[in-house]
Write a protein that binds this ligand. Structure first.
Ligand code: ZN
Length: 374
């Protein structure tokens, strides 16, 4: 997990974090309140209590996704709160359209359920849940009652659900659209169409934002990038289809001895094109790995040049079989944040695969395909 995130708890086995940038939102709200004509401490407290209600709503929304995913045996690594909303990081996105549809809809469904609960409570405590201006008296002072608080929270849950259902990645609606398209088209084609629709929305946000709403300009920008990323990601995975890690293997991997020093590793790094090393013990057994990034990190941490490599190497190797599908190997690399996969057949080392090599392999494949199609 990233630094400066605060773990607030664990629900259904899923750790829930608050990202450091979330506090910027709180600071912004507090400072903004001071500047307002209606400012009072009660007013500020009212706003913070409302934000707390909104945060809980967002976490419940994300838990909706997580629990739906769990029903399809897809674990959720964590839920993190950012200033712009929450993110549930699922271990993978299902390619079965109906599963993706259910998982995507489960989030906004939670918001609609909350609205239902709040309105039922309001009705049973003698308040008409229909639009009533007195419950929006909030801005005049503090939150005057539990009723006005529930009323405002309902409105915010409504906005949350509707905004999330817009058919644009990374919003839930983008996934809903892709899943619906995937019932009719191949998955890659469905993603391409959904990404295009998402980008059209992004441009719309951007243009509307130009009329005096900087937040909308920013949202448009992010949505545009998210749509491109989703498309690229799915296309990459499709390009890897049918290949195994063996196809993208680097057979010649330079090795360093565990008894060598950081200085020697730096020399080896600078004196060649190599970006990763395997570390062996005196009996030539594989005991660890060392990547360019790990060498730089060790230097940044102030490790001296005579530090033995046993102190800086990564002993936790990610070992896979040569027959592992390439896209799964690629996913493992990203998920485990490892510089490369060690490919072994039984006890025999075949080589390593890193992300750069996979990218190179795909480019070569594409170039060959184009050369022969002309
Ligand atoms: Zn969602």
């Amino acid at each position: 997990m990233q630094r400066f995130t605060w773990r607030i708890g664990t629900i259904a086995g899923i750790p829930i974090y608050i990202h450091w940038s979330f506090w910027l939102l709180i600071v912004w709200v507090v400072l903004g309140s001071f500047g307002e004509a209606v400012f009072s401490w009660a007013y500020l407290l009212g706003r913070l209590v409302l934000i707390a209600g909104l945060v809980v709503s967002v976490i419940l929304h994300e838990l909706g996704h997580a629990l739906a995913a769990k029903a399809f045996n897809i674990p959720t690594r964590d839920i993190t709160m950012y200033p712009f909303g929450g993110v549930a990081s699922l271990a993978r996105i299902p390619e079965k359209p109906l599963q993706e549809l259910v998982i995507a809809l489960a989030g906004p469904l939670v918001n609609f359920l909350l609205i239902g609960i709040f309105f039922t409570f309001l009705a049973f405590t003698g308040v008409s849940p229909l639009f009533s201006i007195e419950y929006l008296a909030y801005t005049e002072g503090s939150i005057s009652s539990l009723h006005s608080w529930l009323y405002l929270l309902s409105a915010m849950n409504g906005i949350l659900a509707v905004f999330n259902l817009l058919p644009a990645f990374p919003m839930d609606g983008g996934r809903v659209l892709r899943a619906l398209l995937a019932l009719r088209f191949p998955y890659v084609r469905a993603t391409q169409i959904a990404a295009l629709v998402g980008q059209a929305f992004a441009i719309l946000f951007f243009l509307v934002g130009l009329y005096g709403n900087p937040t909308l300009i920013l949202v448009g920008f992010f949505v545009f990038i998210a749509a491109s990323q989703e498309k690229r990601h799915v296309e990459e995975r499709a390009a890897m289809h049918g290949y195994t890690v063996k196809d993208a293997l680097m057979r010649e991997v330079p090795t360093l001895k565990a008894t060598q020093t950081l200085r020697e590793a730096v020399e080896a790094l600078l004196g060649s094109q190599v970006r990763s090393f395997l570390i062996v013990d005196p009996l030539q057994n594989l005991v660890g790995s060392l990547s360019r990034e790990q060498i730089i990190e060790a230097l940044n941490e102030g490790r001296g040049p005579d530090t033995p490599l046993t102190h800086v190497m990564d002993e936790d190797l990610l070992t896979v079989s040569p027959d592992l599908p390439l896209h799964e190997g690629f996913r493992l690399l990203q998920e485990e944040h490892k510089p490369f996969l060690v490919v072994k057949e039984g006890d025999r080392l075949l080589g390593i695969v890193d992300a750069e090599n996979v990218a190179e392999f795909l480019l070569v494949r594409q170039a060959l395909a184009e050369a022969f199609s002309e």
